[in-house]
Write a protein that binds this ligand. Structure first.
Ligand code: GLC
Length: 797
């Protein structure tokens, strides 16, 4: 069953059955201010940090699950009927009112037709030069289609947060006296009294006919956002108070002749009356239109850096719009603001951030580099990364910022550093391909010599940081000579400690390959020699110790027991070890074909590949927490999305384009738009996981947007399936596609030049390039031109 459809020309997903069981998510903001917003206008905003600078409040894991939000109510002042422009919170019966929600790129629009009134609310955060005074604009349009004069009230409403998430969620004997409400020049202000100059506001492009600054006054006793007293009575009470729960509610009365339309703008931002005034001037009607079209242009330009036209409509839709968009959101907001991650874990997850920054350097070069620099700073001299850290704490020179009056000890630099006991074996290794991919994209090899501090002591060039990560991993080997699993590897729930992880060993080989590519390009011969030797030894060890006859083991427990062997009854075949054996180039061709066949046989489902099968059912702490997770859920036998693209890459390495596409198609959210009664999650974003075969809810997807599968899906599909890969000095086009494809077209901007790529597949092969022509002439390779438009023709065969 479908709850919505794709409107590709507008780059929107349209929810036309707003009663969908799980709310559908979007993100607003492309710079400092962000908002997570549902298709029912539920959600919350922040500036810079959803933990330390929350603007509006969210009640986590509540019922309904996406309340409160950034709401606009309408009231017919003649009849007293009232409703909201998003279906919720008022929730009119859908037989009486027509509702639709449109999620676009960094904006969301809610439409409603009821009682002859057409209402539309668009939420977006304009881009600002200097990013000084960001606001969220509620652009409201009301049209009278009823054929008679209407007297209406429009209400904008938000609930402010206490700024610090700790203050917001606990210790209310203190928190309830931390914030107050004020009214200045038509704006309702929320003052964070314990902080210096901390204010937030809701204002409109009008002098209000009424306002409320106290939540309880607006909502009224034993009511909710569904039936607020102020709206029901059509009159706000002008409430203000020092302490309590501040809100922003503004009323605007309108008289609308038949056929007429009115426009009302609200602004949500930080600052006080002068900031509200600035917003009013900057985003009057013309300014709002300008800002909205600038936002569109921003995305046009970004998406224009790579566009594809393949025979696969949903692949085009994903790569050209939603997959890249989701990957950008991850790089921009890190991973800690959603309806699931509710904003209390500010910082960077080391491995997640490194992978996010590896995958889309063409679209988000500055932000990817910024993240990489932050991660380099979060690396210990010994080579491992700080698993979860807040770069702001590392960068802080003196202790300042918010001090809670209830004395919550703050993390200082020192307490953020952790020892090897808490180190994850894979974290810093991801940084190497991330760095190298970014340099391949930009051509800026000087970055490799930039000096960046380590988290604990001293500093080193980016090159030295990479070597530290490699040296650490090559030294961390167990009794079989395979790298240790430590606190965890990519799989948080596989906790091997001194046991050994096949996945980390293969990842180490892959990271070394990237490093060696850079060493060759830069002529760093000594390093090339040293790390080639280390890598070859590790590869031999892996082939010897981890091959099981049909597939690769997942590793060994600290007491030497094999995990993921043919003899095992649970946790028999694992995705991470088998895909990475191939991706890293360690597996021989025969091994690769055999182990990826085992992946297909044991792990494939029509919803994607499961992480392992059969699920673990016997508790075994020497394997890890994974054995305590319900079968078919998360890391224990779910279709964990993130590793799925590793299998697509592996199949492309093996040259099996149809198999890669089979796996790609199973996970592709856009393919599941008509299975929403099972999927129960956005069909335009990859989700963290999908319940596996061993669970009763098999096929149900969970946790949209915030997942490494997004970046990896984009990376695998564009670089391996379509095969368009920047190198240090040339662009490779080496596709691996289904044999029935006649070819495909793509436009790729790279280092200032635009490449119009046309791939032809006359012999209907899955892989292999017979001929390349650049600008009409036969060519051995595709150079980095630096400018101009270039036609690249690739004939497969
Ligand atoms: C979560 C974590 C990620 C980890 C994965 C598998 O998605 O954010 O770091 O790799 O789970 O455990």
């Amino acid at each position: 069953m479908q709850y919505g459809y794709f409107d590709d020309s507008a780059r929107e997903y349209v929810v036309d059955h707003v009663e969908v069981a799980q709310s559908m998510t979007n993100y607003l903001g492309t710079q400092r201010m962000g908002t997570v917003i549902s298709h029912n206008a539920g959600g919350y905003s922040w500036l810079d940090s959803p933990q330390h600078h929350r603007i509006t409040r969210f009640r986590p894991n509540g019922v309904p699950m996406d309340w409160p939000g950034h709401y606009v109510y309408l009231r017919d002042d003649d009849s007293g009927k009232y409703w909201s422009l998003s279906w919720q919170p008022v929730g009119l019966p859908l037989a009486e009112a027509r509702y639709e929600a449109r999620h676009g790129l960094s904006y969301s629009r809610f439409l409603c037709e009821y009682e002859g009134i057409r209402g539309q609310q668009t939420l977006f955060i304009p881009r600002e030069e200097g990013e000084e005074n960001p606001v969220e604009v509620f652009d409201v349009k009301i049209r009278n289609d009823s054929g008679r004069i209407r007297h209406l009230s429009v209400f904008g409403y938000v609930e402010f947060s206490f700024h610090e998430i700790d203050m917001d969620n606990q210790n209310f004997q203190m928190s309830l006296y931390a914030a107050g409400s004020h009214y200045e020049e038509g704006a309702v202000l929320c003052e964070l009294h314990y902080e210096k100059d901390a204010w937030q506001f809701l204002a409109g492009n009008f002098m209000p006919d009424g306002f409320d600054g106290v939540r309880e006054a607006f909502i009224g006793p034993y009511r909710t956002e569904r039936n607020p007293l102020g709206v029901e009575e059509g009159k706000l009470s002008g409430s203000l108070e020092l302490g309590g729960n501040p809100c922003g509610a503004l009323q605007r009365k309108l008289t609308l002749a038949p056929g007429k339309e009115a426009r009302v703008l609200f602004y949500l931002g930080t600052g006080r009356g002068d900031a509200a005034d600035r917003a009013r001037k900057r985003y009057d009607e013309a300014g709002t239109d300008r800002a909205f079209s600038e936002l569109k242009q921003f995305w046009d330009e970004k998406l224009g850096r790579m566009q594809v036209a393949t025979p696969h409509e949903n692949m085009n839709r994903s790569l050209n719009i939603w997959n890249l968009y989701q990957s950008e959101i991850n790089v921009l907001f890190s991973r800690f603001s959603s309806f699931i991650e509710v904003g209390g874990r500010t910082g960077l997850g080391y491995r997640d951030t490194a992978q996010d920054a590896m995958c889309i350097p063409h679209a988000e070069p500055d932000m990817c580099l910024k993240r990489i620099r932050q991660l380099l700073h979060g690396q210990m001299r010994e080579g491992y990364g700080l698993h979860l850290f807040d770069p702001a704490v590392l960068e802080r020179t003196k202790e300042d910022g918010f001090k809670s009056p209830t004395v919550i000890p703050e993390a200082d630099r020192k307490s953020m550093l952790h020892g090897i006991r808490d180190a994850c074996a894979d974290d810093a290794l991801w940084l190497i391909p991330a760095i190298v991919e970014n340099v391949r994209e930009s051509g800026d090899t000087a970055f490799l010599d930039e000096v960046i501090p380590f988290a604990d002591e001293g500093s080193g060039t980016v090159w030295e940081h990479m070597k530290a990560a490699l040296d650490f991993s090559y030294a961390q080997t167990g009794s079989h000579g395979v790298t240790k699993g430590l606190r965890a590897d990519w799989n948080d729930c596989l906790n091997l400690g001194g046991g050994e992880s096949a996945m980390v060993a293969f990842l180490l080989v892959w990271a070394t390959n990237h490093f060696l590519d850079a060493a060759k390009a830069l002529g760093r011969r000594e390093d090339e020699k040293k790390y080639t030797a280390l890598k070859e030894t590790m590869e031999e060890t892996c082939r010897r110790e981890l091959w099981n006859g049909e597939w690769f083991l997942r590793g060994f427990t600290a007491d030497g027991r094999a995990i993921g062997s043919r003899e095992a009854r649970e946790g028999k075949v694992h995705m991470e070890s088998n895909t990475w054996a191939v991706v890293s180039g360690t597996a021989s061709r025969e091994q690769g074909l055999s182990c990826m066949d085992a992946v297909d046989e044991w792990l494939y489902t029509p919803w994607g590949l499961m992480l392992n099968a059969p699920s673990f059912v016997t508790l075994d702490d020497s394997i890890g927490f994974v054995t305590r997770v319900y079968p078919g859920v998360k890391e224990n036998g779910a279709i964990f999305s993130h590793p799925n693209p590793w299998a697509w890459v592996a199949e492309c390495v093996l040259g099996r384009g149809s198999r890669a596409m089979k796996f790609y198609d199973a996970l592709l959210p856009e393919n599941q738009n008509d299975k929403m009664e099972i999927r129960q999650a956005e069909p335009y974003t990859y989700c963290q996981f999908i319940m596996g075969k061993d669970h009763t809810a098999f096929g149900r997807a969970r946790h949209p947007f915030m997942t490494g599968s997004s970046g990896w899906a984009y990376y695998a599909a564009t670089r391996y399936m379509l095969g368009i890969r920047p190198g240090f000095s040339t662009l490779a086009v080496d596709p691996c596609i289904p044999a029935e494809w006649d070819g495909f077209e793509a436009v790729r901007r790279w280092r200032g030049a635009e490449y119009r790529i046309s791939v032809k597949n006359p012999a209907h092969v899955e892989k292999g390039v017979r001929q390349i022509r650049v600008d009409g002439a036969d060519a051995a390779e595709i150079p980095a031109y630096g400018n101009g438009n270039h036609l690249v023709e690739v004939i497969m065969g």
